[in-house]
Design a protein around this ligand. Structure first.
Ligand code: TGC
Ligand code: FAD
Length: 403
């Protein structure tokens, strides 16, 4: 299918209804609704017309960074002083939901930039670092990535091998490699976590062009095809003192960023599920077999009724988590539960919705296969489905399965 044909077809498909079965809009403020409507329009105008073509070609729509910056979707809950939105956690969640209705890869671009690059610079950085990086990152004029995972240390980042050797002047010499890093080949900066020799884990800001630093692309992905993923390779990279994050040490540094991003993903996954459900509901009323719409068959109704039930439960979970997050009371284990539940819900809905579309469901004319393939990454990154289950298990029993 040519890119133009796909763009024309996508533009013709109107998928901008969104389920609100329990009148959850009543729980949202006027600001939340305004933010949602702005991001929904943005996705309709800037993402939906091009996403199938980009995903099919395996290309990242890099131009969307600046547009998402103009929209206020990059670091929306960080303070306005640094060029960010100063919004609450529910507004941030809604932005992730709407972006992921478009595509998980687009949400990934925004959530890595906002939660994994801007947040640690804000939370753990010096005032000089905040002023230097945050305004440019918020505008999408600078792109960032986050390096925690290594080739041999994914679920267990505490065993990382990347090293930081003191240079005697407050800086470090960085050696090692990171793997599966969203945005890395196009990033201007990387927030990287390494272990100080005989010491704790620390975070540093590596800049493109630093001697010994490279970021090769990872090819051959069948998932998140519109998001670019790569490695980070460090060979004796000198990190000056000004690029060391001064206000955190230990694994709680990177894990604290993950809490922020996982919360956003819990909302994002709802967006992907909504898009699949909307498409399946519409198709079930239009597609005639045995002289009636397939939506009139009990088996199709069962699929649709279960979908809307699960979406509604996920919406309630994320909304409640957002109210806790606004009060600074959302625990990492609560966030794990929401990320795990909602991504699992979305991947199952994408599959059921694909079935409702019959053969047509496997084409790029409908969004389910793209969402389904994307969600295979979403259920793996930011902590796998099983790791989050074990985090819940540890929280309720007090017994640690990881040690
Ligand atoms: P453990 O001993 O349990 O904890 C070490 C310290 O960290 C604290 N902590 C957290 N703090 C904030 N938020 C969280 N979620 C936290 N989880 C733990 C903890 O209290 C402790 O603090 P302290 O003060 O006592 O030192 O650490 P562990 O080594 O036993 O590991 C536990 C485990 C398995 C849960 C953790 O390693 C884990 O979550 N593993 C999963 C790894 C993961 O999620 N990687 C994600 C990489 S980034 C990514 O995927 C980006 S994709 C983004 C995109 O494209 O959208
Ligand atoms: P492994 O840790 O090797 O896990 C393999 C399997 O073993 C999984 O099923 C897992 O659940 C299971 N397992 C592991 N430990 C246990 C246990 N204790 N008990 C039971 N089962 C267990 N990382 C970054 O740092 N930055 C990024 O920007 C980033 N972006 C990504 C983008 C994409 C598209 C993908 C696919 C990954 C990305 N990641 C990123 C990495 C991601 O976080 C890791 O893939 C993830 O944490 C899992 O690590 P792993 O792939 O090494 O799998």
């Amino acid at each position: 299918m040519s890119a133009t044909t796909t763009i024309e077809k996508s533009a013709k498909t109107d998928r901008f209804e969104a389920p609100d079965y329990y009148q959850l809009d009543e729980l949202l403020t006027e600001e939340h609704l305004l933010v949602r409507s702005a991001v929904r329009d943005f996705v309709k105008q800037e993402v939906s017309p091009i996403i199938e073509a980009y995903a099919e070609a395996g290309k990242c729509p890099v131009h969307l960074f600046k547009k998402m910056g103009e929209l206020g979707a990059l670091g929306p809950s960080l303070p306005e002083k640094y060029g960010c939105g100063g919004m609450d956690e529910i507004a941030y969640g809604i932005i992730m939901q709407e972006l992921e209705r478009g595509d998980s890869g687009i949400r990934s671009m925004a959530s890595v930039q906002g939660s994994l690059v801007m947040y640690p610079i804000y939370k753990y950085g010096s005032e000089a670092q905040r002023m230097k990086y945050l305004p440019q990152l918020a505008k999408g004029e600078m792109i960032g990535c986050f390096g925690l995972t290594e080739p041999n240390h994914g679920s267990d980042p505490g065993s990382m091998l990347t090293t930081l050797k003191e240079d005697g002047e407050g800086g470090y010499i960085l050696n090692g490699a990171k793997m599966w890093i969203t945005n890395s080949p196009i990033a201007d900066i990387a927030v990287v976590w390494g272990r100080v020799e005989n010491g704790p884990i620390k975070g540093v800001i590596v800049e493109k062009g630093m001697k010994g630093f490279s970021a090769p692309v990872i090819k051959g992905k069948w998932s998140l095809r519109a998001s670019i993923t790569g490695e980070l390779v460090f060979e004796n990279v000198h990190i000056p003192k000004e690029n060391v994050l001064p206000n955190v040490q230990g694994l709680k540094g990177p894990l604290g960023c993950l809490s922020k991003a996982r919360y956003g993903i819990s909302w994002g996954a709802i967006g992907a599920a909504m898009d699949c459900y909307d498409s399946a509901l519409r198709y079930s009323k239009e597609r005639i077999q045995f002289n009636k719409p397939i939506g009139q068959f009990q088996l199709t109704q069962k699929k649709l009724a279960e979908m809307i039930t699960e979406i509604t439960k996920a919406q309630l979970l994320s909304w409640r988590l957002g109210t806790l997050a606004n009060k600074g009371k959302a625990t990492p284990a609560q966030i794990s539960m929401a990320k795990r539940n909602n991504v699992d819900m979305a991947i199952k809905i994408a599959r059921e919705a694909r079935q409702i579309h019959g053969g047509m469901g496997i084409t790029g004319e409908y969004p389910m296969m793209r969402h389904s393939m994307n969600l295979e990454s979403v259920i793996t990154y930011e902590g796998t489905h099983d790791i989050h289950l074990l985090i819940t298990g540890m929280d309720i029993t007090g017994l640690n399965a990881f040690k």
